[in-house]
Design a protein around this ligand. Structure first.
Ligand code: GUN
Length: 305
């Protein structure tokens, strides 16, 4: 049950991004984070993204708005960032307070600056298998973890549990695309007899948002298990008062898995690394350089039994 080390793989990606950023000099890629309200998880994610940007040589700025901000104010902010040639990437941190229609807000971002990959143009580009389309960071990170861990996907049955815009749907589309060629099943909260489906998975992607939801009896022997969950579970023994756990019951599932991502230290760091890669790509495109599509699998890739 070897772990997939997301921290180590994210460091590799970030080293490549940093080299790409240096090669762009004197242009410095610039990403702007927009945060509305003080959701503790969002505060922590945006902090992490800003720190990682700095380490990769990427400039970042933060636009902060109070919880009660109006739709018009937020849309005007996005319009201003869209028009600013000094800004290459825009990320509006989700979730937004209830007065917002997240779809409207995401779609307001001009596709060239959509480093999150949430606009309908970006999602449509992924459906069309356009190599220049921006893939959402978490699913792109999952694919990169699989590639760099030598997991073959072609013809294999991948089961994605979760159908969100941020993870489930784009992860399914990427796995299905030519080159990766997985046979993909998407399951969700209304799926009947979920275990019967997850037990077929050679590659199981858990993106449900419920701690420990995937138990050992739901996993096929030898499966590759990717745990996307980042759940805060109250824990009085921790200084923060909580601990982070995944959607997979790691202790029960790990002995059955060929490979498994831990939480923390699996998918999480990859999401941030892929955001930096998307920002570099947006800055390169703004500088008139051609987008590079997904790279072929490394020659030494092997099927995990
Ligand atoms: N909230 C949780 N994950 C994400 C993400 O990848 N991007 C944004 N913008 N918000 C999120």
């Amino acid at each position: 049950m070897p772990n997939i080390d997301g921290n180590a793989i994210a460091q590799q990606v970030l080293a490549e991004v940093k080299a790409g950023v240096e090669a762009l000099a004197p242009l410095i890629p610039h990403v702007v984070f927009v945060r509305v309200g003080d959701d503790p998880a969002s505060v922590s994610y945006v902090n992490k993204k800003q720190k990682t940007a700095a380490a990769a040589g990427i400039r970042s700025s933060l636009r902060l708005f109070p919880e009660e901000t109006s739709r018009e104010t937020l849309l005007a902010c996005i319009d201003g960032l869209n028009a600013d040639p000094d800004v290459h990437g825009i990320l509006v941190q989700a979730p937004l307070p209830p007065q917002f229609d997240e779809r409207e807000v995401f779609n307001r971002i001009t596709p060239a600056k959509d480093v999150d990959g949430f606009t309908s143009a970006s999602i449509g580009g992924i459906v069309q298998e356009n190599p220049a389309a921006t893939a959402a960071c978490t699913p792109a990170g999952i694919i990169e973890l699989l590639r760099r861990s030598g997991v073959a996907t072609s013809g294999r049955h991948a089961v994605v549990v979760g159908r969100s815009l941020i993870v489930g749907k784009p992860a399914a589309l990427l796995l299905l695309a030519k080159g990766l060629d997985a046979t993909v099943t998407v399951a969700h909260s209304r799926t009947r007899d979920l275990g019967a489906i997850t037990r077929q998975a050679e590659i199981l992607i858990a993106a449900i948002g419920r701690p420990g939801f995937i138990t050992a009896d739901m996993v096929r022997e030898g499966a590759v298990v990717i745990d996307v969950g980042i759940n805060r579970v109250p824990d009085a023994s921790r200084k923060a008062g909580y601990r982070i756990t995944g959607d997979v019951d790691y202790a029960g599932v790990a002995p059955k898995a060929a490979l498994i991502t831990p939480v923390p230290g699996g998918v999480g760091p990859m999401t941030v690394a892929m955001l930096m890669r998307n920002t570099l790509a947006a800055a390169r495109a703004a500088a008139g350089m051609r987008a590079t599509g997904p790279q072929p699998l490394p020659a030494n890739h092997h099927a995990v039994p």
